[in-house]
Design a protein around this ligand. Structure first.
Ligand SMILES: Cc1cc2nc3c(=O)[nH]c(=O)nc-3n(C[C@H](O)[C@H](O)[C@H](O)COP(=O)(O)OP(=O)(O)OC[C@H]3O[C@@H](n4cnc5c(N)ncnc54)[C@H](O)[C@@H]3O)c2cc1C
Length: 340
C-alpha cells in the first residue's frame, strides 16, 4: 500500500472535528504508513486527541494566520505539508475549508483531486474512491494512476475514529514536527462568525430525523383558506421536540422569494433535491410534498422514508417511500406533536 497523508484542520476550540476523525478512520483502514498533517493556530489539543491512532509521523503548520479558514493560508499550509510528507495519497474531510483549498493544492503539486468521495478503500492492490454522479443517481468506483491523489471524503459516511489508542500509553503524547510556512500575503481578513440564534437553527446534519415540508403546507386547505401560520407552528414544534432537521422542496423554498404565504423558517439552505442538498439521516418524513423525482433524488441517503400526502397517487406512492400515509398532514402532525 502507498503512503497516506491525512490533512486535518482544527476547529475553533483547537480540537479535531467529527469530519476529521471520520477521514482518519478511513485513512487507517487503507493499511499504509500514515502521516498526519495538522493545520491550526495551535494544534497541541488536536495532536493529543489522536496521538494513539497509529500514525507514523505527525507534521503541523501552526500560527495565528493558519487558525482562520482562508484559501491563501490553507492552501499554503496544505501544500507545505504535502511536500514535507511526500505521500502518494492525500486524504482530507470534505469540510468547506478543505473543499475550497485542496483542489488548488492538487494542481500546484501536479496531482489530481476527487471531491465528494463517500468511501476510499483498497480494491485489489490499488486504492479506489466511491462517489455518486448525476445528483446521486449513479454510483461509481474509480481509481487513478496520477500521484499525489488528493481525496476529499464527504462527512457522515463512516464512523469517526473512536479514540482508542493503538498502543497502551501512547495517547496524548504525539511527537509533532513543525513545518515552517511563511504566511502568504492575503487580501482576506476574517472578522468573525455570524450564526443564526440557536432557537432558529433548523438544519441539523447529525439529527436522526429529517422532516421535509413541501409547498402543500402553504396551499388552500379543505376549508378554502391558507393556514401558513399554523403550518409553521406545527413544523417548528416537531423540530424542537424531535430535534429533527428541516428540509424543504424547491417549491416551498422558492415561495419565500415570491412574496406568497410563506414558512418563515424555510430558506434556500433547506432545499433537498437535485438542485438542493442530499442529507444523510436515518429517517425522513415528507409532509405536503408531492415526491417528484427532482426532489426525491435528494433522499438517496435517507434510510427509512415516510410521507404524508392527501393524494394516494403522489410520487411517494410509486416506490419512493417505505410508508405513505394518505392523510391530512395538519391533522397527523398535531397528533404526533401531542404524543411527543
Ligand atoms: C431541473 C429541475 C431541478 C429541480 N430541483 C429540485 C430540487 O432540488 N428539490 C425539489 O424539491 N424540487 C426540485 N425541482 C422541482 C420539482 O420537480 C417539484 O416541482 C417540486 O419538488 C414540487 O414541490 P412540492 O412537492 O412541495 O409541491 P407540489 O407539487 O405543489 O405538491 C404539494 C403536495 O402537497 C400535498 N398536500 C397539500 N395539502 C396537504 C395536506 N393538508 N396534507 C398532506 N398533503 C397535502 C398535495 O397533495 C401535493 O401533493 C426541480 C425541477 C427541475 C425541473
Amino acid at each position: 500500500m502507498e503512503n497516506i497523508l491525512l490533512l486535518a484542520h482544527t476547529e475553533a476550540d483547537g480540537s479535531l472535528g467529527k469530519a476529521g476523525l471520520e477521514a482518519l478512520a478511513t485513512a487507517l483502514g487503507l493499511g499504509g504508513a500514515l502521516t498526519v498533517g495538522l493545520v491550526g493556530a495551535a494544534i497541541d489539543a488536536a495532536a493529543g486527541q489522536i496521538a494513539g491512532c497509529g500514525a507514523v509521523r505527525f507534521l503541523a503548520v501552526t500560527g495565528d494566520a493558519f487558525g482562520q479558514p482562508r484559501y491563501a493560508t490553507d492552501a499554503a499550509a496544505a501544500e507545505a505539508l504535502c511536500r514535507a510528507a511526500d505521500c502518494q495519497i492525500v486524504l482530507a474531510a470534505g469540510t468547506s475549508r478543505w473543499a475550497r483549498a485542496l483542489p488548488g493544492v492538487a494542481y500546484r503539486l501536479g496531482g489530481r483531486v476527487d471531491t465528494h468521495a463517500t468511501c476510499l478503500a483498497m480494491l485489489g492492490e490499488a486504492p479506489a474512491v466511491t462517489r455518486w454522479f448525476y445528483r446521486q443517481r449513479m454510483e461509481a468506483v474509480l481509481s487513478r494512476s496520477q500521484r499525489p491523489w488528493v481525496v476529499l471524503l464527504d462527512p457522515g459516511c463512516v464512523a469517526p475514529w473512536s479514540g482508542t489508542p493503538s498502543a497502551p500509553g501512547t495517547a496524548g503524547t504525539a511527537t509533532v514536527e513543525a513545518v515552517s510556512v511563511e504566511p502568504p500575503a492575503t487580501r482576506t481578513t476574517v472578522t468573525g462568525y455570524q450564526s443564526p440564534k440557536s432557537d432558529e437553527q433548523t438544519i441539523r446534519p447529525d439529527a436522526k430525523i429529517l422532516l421535509v415540508a413541501g409547498a402543500g403546507w402553504t396551499k388552500k386547505q379543505a376549508d378554502g383558506a391558507v393556514h401558513a401560520a399554523e403550518a409553521e407552528q406545527l413544523i417548528l414544534a416537531f423540530l424542537r421536540q424531535a430535534q429533527a432537521s428541516l428540509g424543504g422542496s424547491k417549491s416551498v423554498v422558492d415561495l419565500s422569494g415570491e412574496g406568497e404565504a410563506v414558512l418563515h423558517c424555510m430558506t434556500h439552505m433547506n432545499q433537498v433535491g437535485q438542485t438542493g442538498s442530499t442529507p444523510r439521516h436515518a429517517k425522513g418524513l415528507s409532509t405536503c410534498c408531492h415526491g417528484e423525482e427532482p426532489h426525491v433524488v435528494g433522499w438517496r441517503f435517507v434510510n427509512q422514508r415516510r410521507a404524508i400526502n392527501l393524494d394516494a397517487g403522489c410520487g411517494w406512492a410509486r416506490g419512493k417511500a417505505d410508508v405513505l400515509y394518505v392523510a391530512d398532514a395538519f391533522e397527523v402532525m398535531r397528533h404526533v406533536n401531542a404524543m411527543l
